[in-house]
Write a protein that binds this ligand. Sequence first.
Ligand code: C5P
Length: 443
Amino acid sequence: MVVNLSEHLANVSPLAMQRPETCGRRASLETQGPVKTKSVLLIVGGGIAAYKSLELVRLLVRAGIGVRAILTEAGAQFVTPLSLSALSGQPVYQALFDLTDEAEMGHIQLSRSADLVVVAPATADLMAKAAHGLAPDLATTALLATDKTVLMAPAMNVRMWQHPATQRNLATLTADGVRFVGPDEGAMACGEFGPGRMAEPEAILAAILAELEAPAAHRPLAGTRVLVTAGPTHEPIDPVRYIANRSSGKQGYALAAALAGLGAEVTLVSGPTALPAPAGVRRLSVETARQMLDAARATLPVDAAVMVAAVADWRPAAAAPRKVKKGEGAAPPPLTLEENPDILATLARSGPDRPRLVVGFAAETNDVISHAVGKRARKGCDWIVANDVSGDVMGGDANAVSLVTADGVETWPSLPKDEVARRLALRIAEALVGPLSGTAESL
Ligand code: C5P
């Protein structure tokens, strides 16, 4: 049976189609059965975002996906078991020792009863316990006992999310095969701003559908690690001003999503963008080129590195510690620049740690191909994806690229950035694991 995910999503929710992580998954996928026969075990943790989980249950049920819910003790402070069971049409499970009755489902059975385990909201505490294999309650026991893929939608205060402990737990869980959707950036219930907001229910639904529809055969990059850089960098002039460029990050984010969709463990080192982290991708947020280089190096070894970021070539030689003031009648202050490290060239020449495949992008406004060919040789990378940015490519949704490799130049037609990402991800998969079985269309 062939399920067209785009059509399915369009039927489910028009909102879902507007989200970058859903647009990256437009393929028709072979499934073992229709999505309608699938079910998820939803673990609702304690956080203000728990109210969004009720909407998620509603969307899942509307999409014909069965939902059994486990509500943690903290989760029950925010939503009631009654509302969850009314929306899911199923009993809600709360305590480990409720499940010892013969008539009830045991906790091991419960943990394996669904096709996918979804944790939304995944609190810092739930992530920490899962990362360390602790199982003090029903939710964490189910996470430890399950033999199914786990998808987490983190939700927490921005500082909790950025805390090294949470980032360590995220890395551990990602390495253990846990998939992630979000968190988003934005204003939070606690009054702070930044990453930590739980992904919107439509985005979580899209990530769930992608997981349910992508059997192992469609994960040719399973077991590989890929680094993607994306977005602009901000180079500070003083605490309030910086040098930047018009990169939106869309192409890099779409590529990270497409590679994760093929099963790669993707680390996205991102400069400042307004985009949510794609499903299943570990995002490290940075501001400057030097921070981007450090973060990129820290992810080594990887099998492939794809540098999509529009890294600022120069930075102010010295960022002023205080805001530079405009003097009455005074001449504008001089701005002395110095060159940033070249992340692509550094990784392409990183000796034994060099990724097997290093891919750069070349945004040019003229003589696109000849510049790209020269850049490939100069930077020591394997491929250059050359694009003409003389139109409205930066920030836009379409991209016309040429792939420059040792074998020559291949020019692709103008395509949506998601489609460029999908094609490039398939080429990367072929370069890493050899010819893919099935047609590119079915992947
Ligand atoms: O030299 P140019 O900026 O045109 O090179 C573009 C390619 O090099 C892109 O892949 C970009 O991500 C990468 N790059 C980099 N570090 C820099 C400058 C560019 O990784 N400092």
